[in-house]
Design a protein around this ligand. Structure first.
Ligand code: MN
Length: 729
């Protein structure tokens, strides 16, 4: 512990030291005024350990100073609990310390008031996004993380129940955020303290083990360190080299992931070589590989490809003289600062900075964050977390994300169209609100419904922000306006009947009417017209279902001529009513359709049918090699013209083969691209070819050839995908 005596004077002195070292240009008079203000406001409060409360804001400000943030952030840290815990007001802080400082304090207060605990793992990403979205200014996040760090450091004074809640929240929200912001040091400290309370036995085991092996570990690290230093001195590369044991939580995670005890765990040592320039990094790498044996497959070049959180270094794992593997991280001083302080390093380089442009840069950084985990990446990658979305809670604490500007109307239709249609009012944060209120991040929204609700009003269409709500409201109107729908549906149904030259009289034929309605699964023609009118059914589909029956009734002995007569083996195919898959076989009323596996046609492709023995008609793309023999006299008669029916699109299986230059992560990129395009992938595999090439085969569902081409283009945009062709299984 840094402070053995928890007094105001001790903490103030140590804060001044940190400011002098990290923020030498700060205005000490202004800071002293803020210190006095905080001391006065918190004067009646004590911390859990009995020390004066003001020690907490002083300690948080010290962390902010060590991060090298600006003066406004330092003031924000000093005053961060004033609005929440004392009679200080936003306006008063504006008056005394300016608007920026007051806004930072207010931002932190909002985060303090919000509840970021959730038992659902699936909600974590949304919680973190909400945290970011509520903060607006990155300094608010940094102050809040510093606040949490100090609370964690003094966690021993809290009740066991509170310790658990706070530590889980730290693991779920604060440590991942610190990581995203590139603040490795703080992330490690947060994780290690949290582990101590979440799994005390395991924590103690690791600590005991480390303690017991301390001398051996230190001797090992000293030996390696000396060996590296000696070599670099010989070749004249200026460096700072040191070894360390990885942090407790990362050892804990490795043990669990690999199901190993500490003795079996290797790779707990990490060495760092910090040098002056990037060329030196690569030179050092060469010397390390010369001194020690390389562990294959562990080299990572984060200098040429930085991590999304700006982290840069070369990583390699090698084996020392005693057969113990260890990791070496090689980086420049600038990279080192960024690795330790992340986003905060930005202020370190640019004392007193922080104009709008910088925040743009940080926003971009946060938006481009991609986790190595594809799923996580896809769920976060479309999100402009500052402008496009608002995160609100259901009364049960589930997070709902809606487009920015959303209202309780959007919320209601997001929950369920039934809730929207029955809505008569809304409560926001437990208070009755207008249903067109704009929702803010963190609002708790409750919808009041009534069985006697009259349904949505047309004005709602102008108020709501989400397409989902708009679509559902329109749907309601469609359904409610039955008369109009019937008229509309009837005219398109009759047009389709006429197009296929089917007699309208069949519909009112006493013998036929019930059969037809039964086939259509409607009680009356009006019901069916209404369904067509609001788009629940297409006229084509409806007529298609009853076409055969009408034909059979009006032409009892249908004549089939020409070479396309079905063979006896195809009798069962003929009786199969479903003209499957949206393909019409010319001249054959209805038969079984299957899509050939060899060329996987999709709507829009030019196609041709082949009458198989016993399995109906199989459909091929016209350019499929298997159609090459269609002029062969023996089989020519069995090739029949087919075309795509104008049916509602249903998905088709198709296969693409991608020619690629082999590299790590390519399979992931392909998978990610497919998921991002919302394509259902049914099969995805890769095959290495000689010469550093590989072929990926992707089988997936598409609606038509246009969609297929769009996906193909996206895939071709992936770096190292150099060609593609339609699959020939
Ligand atoms: Mn606090």
């Amino acid at each position: 512990m840094k402070h053995t005596v928890e007094t105001f004077e001790n903490h103030y002195a140590s804060l001044c030291t940190a400011i002098a070292r990290h923020m030498p240009t700060a205005d000490m008079d202004r800071i002293d005024r803020a210190v006095e203000y905080a001391r006065e406001k918190h004067k009646d409060q004590k911390r859990k350990d009995g020390s004066p409360y003001v020690i907490h804001p002083l300690a948080v400000a010290e962390i902010v100073a060590e991060l090298g943030l600006d003066e406004e952030a330092l003031l924000g840290a000093l005053l961060h609990d004033c609005i929440e815990d004392t009679d200080a007001s936003y306006d008063e802080i504006v008056k005394l310390f300016g608007r920026t400082c007051a806004e930072l304090v207010e931002g932190v207060t909002k985060l303090t008031r919000a509840n970021f605990t959730s038992s659902e793992q699936a909600q974590m990403e949304n919680l973190r996004k909400m945290f970011m979205a509520m903060s607006k200014d990155i300094r608010v996040v940094l102050i809040k993380i510093s606040d949490r760090l100090h609370n964690m450091r003094t966690m021993q004074y809290q009740s066991p129940a509170k310790q658990l809640i706070k530590c889980r929240e730290t693991m779920d929200i604060y440590a991942p955020l610190a990581y995203r912001l590139g603040m490795q040091k703080i992330k490690w400290e947060l994780e290690d303290i949290a582990l101590r309370y979440i799994d005390p036995a395991a924590y103690q085991d690791i600590m005991d083990h480390l303690q017991a092996h301390k001398e051996k570990d230190e001797a090992f690290m000293r030996a390696i360190q000396e060996k590296i230093r000696l070599r670099l001195a010989e070749v004249g590369i200026h460096n700072s080299t040191y070894g360390r044991i990885k942090h407790v939580y990362s050892i804990y995670r490795k043990m669990n992931a690999q199901d190993k005890t500490m003795d079996e765990l290797y790779d707990i040592y990490a060495f760092r070589v910090v040098v002056d320039s990037i060329p030196d990094c690569y030179n050092v790498l060469g010397h390390i590989h010369d001194l020690f044996n390389l562990v294959p497959g562990r080299f990572k070049d984060y200098i040429s490809t930085p991590k999304p959180n700006m982290y840069q270094s070369l990583h390699t794992t090698v084996i020392g003289v005693q057969g113990i593997p260890f990791e070496v991280q090689i980086r420049t001083w600038e990279m080192h600062e960024t690795a330790e302080y992340g986003v905060a390093a930005h202020w370190k380089y640019k004392q007193g900075g922080g104009d709008e442009k910088d925040f743009e840069w940080i926003r971009r950084l946060l938006e481009s964050q991609q986790d190595t985990d594809a799923e996580d990446y896809v769920s976060s990658f479309k999100i402009d977390m500052f402008d496009d979305e608002v995160f609100v809670f259901t009364p049960k604490g589930k997070i709902v994300s809606l487009p920015a500007g959303s209202t309780p109307i959007d919320f209601a239709y997001f929950i369920h169209s039934g809730v929207g249609n029955a809505m008569v009012g809304a409560k926001v944060n437990n208070r009755i609100s207008n249903i067109d209120t704009t929702l803010k991040n963190g609002d708790v929204v409750e919808i009041i419904t009534s069985k006697t609700a009259k349904g949505p009003s047309r004005d709602w269409l102008n108020v709501c922000q989400s397409n989902q709500a708009r679509t559902k409201i329109k749907q309601w109107f469609k359904k409610e306006k039955r008369e109009e729908n019937i008229a509309h549906g009837r005219s398109s149904f009759e047009a389709e009947m006429r197009r296929l030259m089917l007699p309208l009289s069949a519909l009112t034929d006493a013998e036929l009417e019930q059969t037809l309605l039964k086939k259509l699964a409607f009680d009356s023609w009006d019901d069916m017209y209404a369904a067509i009118g609001y788009g629940g059914l297409t006229a084509t589909k409806a007529v298609g279902r009853i076409r055969d029956d009408i034909n059979r009734a009006s032409r009892p002995q249908p004549e089939r001529t020409g070479p396309l007569r079905l063979t006896p083996e195809n009798e069962n195919a003929k009786h199969s009513r479903h003209s499957a898959g949206g393909v019409i076989v010319e001249d054959i009323e209805s038969c079984m359709i299957k899509f050939s596996k060899c060329c996987t046609p999709v709507p829009g492709d030019s196609i041709i049918g082949f009458i198989t023995r016993g399995f109906g008609v199989s459909v091929h793309r016209i350019d499929c090699p298997n159609t090459a023999n269609r002029n062969n006299p023996e089989t020519a008669a069995r090739w029949v013209p087919v075309r795509w029916a104008n049916q509602e699109a249903q998905p088709f299986d198709t296969t693409l083969e991608l020619d690629c230059i082999t590299r790590d992560g390519l399979l992931l990129d392909v998978a990610t691209t497919m998921t991002a395009a919302r394509v259902r992938v049914k099969e995805l595999n890769g095959k290495d070819l000689p010469g550093g090439h590989s072929v990926f085969t992707v089988r997936f569902e598409v609606k038509n050839v246009a969609e297929l081409e769009a996906i193909r283009n996206k895939l071709l945009n992936i770096p190292d995908v150099i060609g593609s062709r339609r699959g020939q299984n």
